[in-house]
Design a protein around this ligand. Structure first.
Ligand code: NAP
Ligand code: G4F
Length: 343
């Protein structure tokens, strides 16, 4: 018997994750409707590899506007809905807390209400985040202090959000659970640690660093090249490649029963270690002569340490990351060097 072609809907279609997820779903013969908000200039550059595919289409919609969400979901009746839309920048959320709440919390309720009322068989994926843990972590008593992995976060670590971004994402995360329990909606949340790629937004620290190296390299490593300004470079993040993460999102939605999973690399690196790896790739062993610390880039409240465990996803989904930290950093640097030269 022929398998039915699945329809997926992606909110946040123009973002980093959506671009990789769209590539993956098209390989799996899905039909995709991407939802993007109206902008005055074109911002579909991340979708170059999929936008002309006959199984991919874009519609306009804004998740803060429930009428548009209702209309789009009721018209398309998607089998799978991936909500990847968000005001995704943590520092910005301190300056725009209400807007961040509207998009990251209320927007998710708009999607859940639309599913409940107009498309109750749709499966929903919500982009939750390691920011929900704030400064909390658990300790593994079987390890010693000398072991870097003694501190970790997983599905059982207590949430304690440290930013307006994370507060809003926690409201969304709890709404997913509530709609699952109260209305039997198939909805799950991926607790994803940081993930990056050459398509990462330019204001996130990894891409800020690799774009800087691209420009510095183009200058011929000019000793007078303007310095890179950064904030807290002691912060530790568990960085993965976005390509690995979107595979995990899809795997979560193939389960019979909805459940939340942590996806991560399992190893935390400081921003300093990211700088080490990225600069070494272009032959620079002392990046400190190119980097200044700018106190205005510090956040009112910081998440200092993220290092996850993906045991549950490995056991139940068979998911594991495939792209290493070093390969991720090298790919980002190489593509940013190429971009400055040829774009
Ligand atoms: P991203 O590149 O910033 O993409 C966010 C997307 O949301 C963009 O397409 C953006 O559109 C769209 N959007 C913003 N406001 C919207 C609105 N009101 N209505 C409709 N769309 C709207 O983010 P990402 O890195 O792909 O991350 C995807 C999701 O995972 C986000 O929810 C993020 O919070 C979450 N997350 C990310 C990470 C990570 O490390 N990347 C980790 C954990 C969780 P424009 O292009 O028009 O701005
Ligand atoms: O790259 P970041 O801005 O990412 P952050 O805050 O960890 O948030 C990202 O990951 C979350 C998952 O954990 C997502 F939910 C969220 O949507 C987003 O994708 O900052 C990483 C670290 C922070 O500790 C920050 O203080 O780098 C530090 N940092 C130091 N200098 C900087 C800078 N961050 C930015 N953006 N810019 C700097 O100049």
């Amino acid at each position: 018997m022929m398998e039915k072609i699945k329809n997926a809907m992606i909110f946040g279609a123009t973002g980093q994750d959506s671009s990789y997820l769209s590539e993956l779903l098209l390989e799996k013969d899905y039909k995709i409707v991407g939802v993007k908000r109206r902008t005055s200039t074109n911002n579909t550059w991340r979708l170059d590899s999929v936008i002309h595919n006959e199984n991919f289409s874009l519609v306009e919609g804004d998740i803060v506007d429930p009428s548009s969400v209702n209309q789009i979901i009721s018209e398309h009746q998607p089998d799978e809905i991936y909500n990847l839309s968000a005001q995704s920048h943590v520092h910005t959320s301190f300056n725009q807390p209400l807007y961040t709440f509207q998009v990251n919390a209320l927007g998710v309720i708009h999607i859940l209400e639309a599913v409940r009322n107009y498309s109750p068989t749709s499966k929903v994926y919500q982009a939750s985040t390691s920011e929900l843990w704030g400064s909390n972590y658990d300790i593994d008593p079987s390890l010693t202090d000398a072991n870097d992995h003694i501190r970790y976060q997983d599905e059982n670590t207590r949430f304690s959000p440290n930013s307006p971004y994370a507060v809003a994402k926690l409201a969304a995360h709890e709404s997913i659970r509530l709609y699952r329990e109260a209305y039997d909606i198939w909805a799950c949340a991926g607790l994803l640690m940081n993930h990056e790629s050459p398509r990462r937004g330019e204001e996130f620290v990894t891409r800020k660093i690799t774009q800087y190296i691209g420009r510095l390299s183009y200058s011929g490593f000019d000793p007078n090249f303007p310095h890179l300004k950064l904030g807290n470079i002691d912060a530790v993040r568990d960085w993965s490649h976005a390509q690995d993460m979107v595979r995990g999102m899809w795997m979560m939605l193939q389960q019979d029963k909805p459940k939340d999973y942590v996806l991560c690399s399992g190893t935390g690196y400081s921003v300093k270690q990211f700088l080490d790896t990225a600069f070494k790739h272009v032959g620079i062993h002392d990046w400190s002569r190119y980097v200044d610390i700018d106190p205005s880039l510090y956040r009112p409240c910081e998440v200092e340490f993220l290092q996850g465990r993906y045991n549950l996803a490995k056991k139940e989904l068979g998911w594991e990351p495939e792209i290493s930290f070093d390969d991720l950093v090298r790919e980002m640097v190489d593509i940013d060097i190429y971009n400055v030269k040829y774009n």
